[in-house]
Design a protein around this ligand. Structure first.
Ligand SMILES: *[C@@H]1O[C@H](CO)[C@@H](O)[C@H](O)[C@H]1NC(C)=O
Ligand SMILES: *[C@@H]1O[C@H](CO)[C@@H](O)[C@H](O)[C@H]1NC(C)=O
Ligand SMILES: *[C@@H]1O[C@H](CO)[C@@H](O)[C@H](O)[C@H]1NC(C)=O
Ligand SMILES: *[C@@H]1O[C@H](CO)[C@@H](O)[C@H](O)[C@H]1NC(C)=O
Ligand SMILES: *[C@@H]1O[C@H](CO)[C@@H](O)[C@H](O)[C@H]1NC(C)=O
Ligand SMILES: *[C@@H]1O[C@H](CO)[C@@H](O)[C@H](O)[C@H]1NC(C)=O
Ligand SMILES: *[C@@H]1O[C@H](CO)[C@@H](O)[C@H](O)[C@H]1NC(C)=O
Length: 581
């Protein structure tokens, strides 16, 4: 099941000779299975650490926050220690070398192992366990501390990492002895040894894990850890605060996230409130505040991190959303129902004191549309996540079935069409060409894409997804394994950026990646700027002017008019790669 884990360390890059062939304007990279086409034969190992560090630096300037397009602006943050020029300079250096990495090696073994194993059946969860086990105390005085067994079970399950952390700089060291008497005598009787561990070292998020007697008061955004043991993290000021969202490096985004205070009570100086509702399942607290309906961000910043954090409880987990966003909750209802058999609690509005044997504040990400099995406590992969999605949306096709060229049944291709920017001006011609080549084409405009469940089914019925760079390409998540993703990259030196968001994650999803970078003749920018303008001669200098310039010219300011001869050629290559004779 976790066969993909070892794959991530040996991804292949089609690069090196890149510098030369990147200059050829009619650039198409088609990479299938482990092979690259002849013009991109030099393979080398990718240093993903370097890439992600590099990308992170770009993020610091908002240079690459290109998907944040639905009304959120100004997400540039300070980044001490590097000048903007350093970053932009490295953009040009790295971009030529790092494009086109694809590897689907291991797909075959994954397929075999999947065929041998029963598929995950998330939708059967409810049937398996019946009613939610929540005790509501009508008598608010009485309370049942959680059994130490339930706490231990979870604590033993990988959370107990504190002993490895003493020397980690960013990890808060354990400290102190337990002293002092408990004012809250009903607690003292049972005195479960609750435990608090926090990890602040990720650039993406902060996470705290609590086990034992944990009491959550949503209205005041406070989590009490009652009688934390002396091997817990013990914050200097008696409390620790976490903003439970996954874009820690974007200050303006994190400002939309309510701060949750975690208050260990050891000495009794902060007597914890009594439980009004006692749960026998863990809780996960996260924020839906920054969600603006962008599918890339919804999946990347929230859904995948929620999966990473909550999937292990197999539905028996209480999700609690601060900055409760009804739009997010309804848009992703299928996924949320597959992650938890209980409705999501509106944290900020909740006056109850919910007691849990275990609570996580914060959700875990390893990068947008990525899961690193080495970092995942349960060794999850993006293949696992896609299997989970398929189950959550009851999608039929686990794997593509290659069509036979001479047969009636054509391979299916879904084209995600944008409307206001990065639109394909010759849409009809494009669709006609793909059809002529042999595809059964589904043209998907914004109205069709909007209903996730419905569109998931459409995408899952296809072999290929095609679209100009944009959030709509995130729907690749619903393709059957071994499907093909084609990203059309607009003009403007955006190759690396686009690859990073929608190319790099593709192999780990068990999909194949093709990219098509438009040339100066294929952009509507040519109707606005003369060909000797820096927009064409030196697009990187435009990027130097900052993200808002990059955005307004290259992302918001162009449509593309595809060259039908060139496009047909690429379609034919893809057609051949997804069909058999
Ligand atoms: C990858 O890059 C990082 C940061 O530059 C470096 O520390 C590491 O040794 C490199 N790894 C390999 C395998 O080259
Ligand atoms: C805790 O109590 C013990 C004895 O009860 C005492 O020796 C020790 O100094 C106390 N520690 C602190 C940090 O107060
Ligand atoms: C803390 O988070 C970092 C970054 O995500 C990770 O590398 C490290 O292993 C984590 N530490 C523990 C103990 O989980
Ligand atoms: C924790 O405290 C108990 C008694 O309060 C003591 O016996 C134990 O050694 C302490 N553990 C650590 C790791 O300090
Ligand atoms: C403790 O509180 C002081 C004063 O509010 C603050 O300056 C300091 O940063 C806090 N320390 C921690 C670790 O939160
Ligand atoms: C792109 O096309 C759309 C739809 O036709 C149009 O509304 C928009 O103004 C165009 N944008 C540019 C920059 O040409
Ligand atoms: C993926 O598709 C290609 C072409 O359709 C086929 O040759 C290959 O065997 C497939 N791989 C898997 C693992 O199904």
């Amino acid at each position: 099941m976790k066969a993909r884990g070892t794959e991530s360390s040996k991804k292949l890059v089609c690069g090196g000779a890149a510098a030369a062939w990147l200059l050829v304007p009619l650039l198409v990279v088609v990479v299938l299975k482990t092979d690259c086409l002849p013009q991109v034969t030099r393979l080398r190992e990718t240093n993903t650490t370097q890439l992600s560090d590099f990308f992170f630096s770009m993020r610091q300037y908002g240079l690459v926050s290109i998907s944040k397009i639905n009304g959120v602006t100004g997400n540039q943050v300070q980044y001490p220690g590097a000048t903007k020029e350093d970053v932009v300079q490295s953009v040009t250096q790295v971009s030529d070398e790092t494009v086109g990495k694809v590897s689907s090696s291991g797909l075959e073994s994954e397929r075999i192992s999947q065929q041998q194993q029963p598929q995950l059946e998330v939708d059967k969860l409810e049937a398996a366990d019946g009613m939610p086990k929540t005790t509501v105390n009508s008598d608010s005085v009485a309370e049942a501390p959680p059994s130490s067994a339930s706490g231990d079970k979870i604590a033993g399950d990988g959370v107990d990492a504190i002993k490895d952390l003493k020397n980690e700089k960013d990890f808060l060291a354990m400290n102190g002895q337990i002293n002092g008497s408990l004012q809250n005598s009903d607690v003292a009787a049972a005195a479960p040894r609750s435990k608090l561990t926090c990890n602040f070292s990720s650039r993406h998020m902060d996470i705290c894990a609590m086990d034992g007697d944990v009491r959550v008061h949503g209205k005041s955004a406070t989590v009490y850890v009652v009688v934390a043991s002396n091997d817990s993290y013990w914050p200097e000021n008696g409390t620790v605060t976490v903003r439970p969202f996954t874009r820690k490096y974007e200050i303006s985004t994190m400002e939309m996230v309510r701060e949750v205070t975690i208050r260990p009570s050891r000495t009794g100086d902060t007597a914890p409130p009594r439980c009004t509702v006692t749960h026998d399942v863990p809780a996960v607290v996260f924020s839906t505040g920054p969600d603006r309906g962008n599918f890339f961000h919804g999946m990347g910043d929230l859904v995948i991190p929620l999966y990473n954090t909550a999937r292990e409880y197999d539905g028996h987990v209480q999700l609690m959303a601060t900055d409760y966003n009804p739009g997010f909750i309804s848009h992703y209802q299928h996924v949320l129902a597959a992650l938890s058999v209980y409705p999501v609690i509106d944290f900020d509005a909740d006056e109850a004191v919910h007691c849990f044997p275990s609570v996580r504040v914060g959700i875990e990400t390893h990068g947008e549309l990525q899961i690193d099995p080495a970092l995942s406590k349960k060794g999850y992969t993006m293949m696992d996540f896609r299997d989970f999605l398929r189950s959550a949306y009851s999608l039929k096709h686990a794997w593509t079935t290659p069509a036979i060229r001479s047969s009636e049944k054509r391979p299916r291709l879904v084209m995600v069409l944008r409307e206001h920017s990065r639109a394909i001006t010759n849409e009809a011609e494009t669709i006609a060409t793909a059809t002529e080549v042999g595809f059964d084409v589904v043209a998907a405009g914004p109205e069709m894409v909007h209903d996730v469940a419905q569109f998931a089914e459409v995408v899952n019925s296809c072999d290929v997804i095609v679209g100009v760079h944009g959030a709509g390409l995130t729907n690749m998540l619903f393709l059957p394994h071994n499907g093909t993703v084609m990203q059309i990259i607009p003009w403007g030196g955006l190759k690396f950026i686009c690859w990073h968001e929608f190319g790099r994650p593709v192999p780990d999803m068990g999909l194949r990646y093709v990219e098509y970078e438009v040339d100066p003749e294929e952009t509507t920018l040519k109707d606005v700027y003369p060909r000797d303008h820096p927009v064409f001669t030196d697009p990187i200098s435009i990027q130097h002017q900052g993200f808002s310039t990059l955005f307004s010219i290259f992302l918001d300011g162009q449509n593309v008019t595809l060259n039908m001869d060139r496009f047909r050629g690429v379609m034919q290559q893809i057609y051949r790669s997804v069909t058999i004779t």
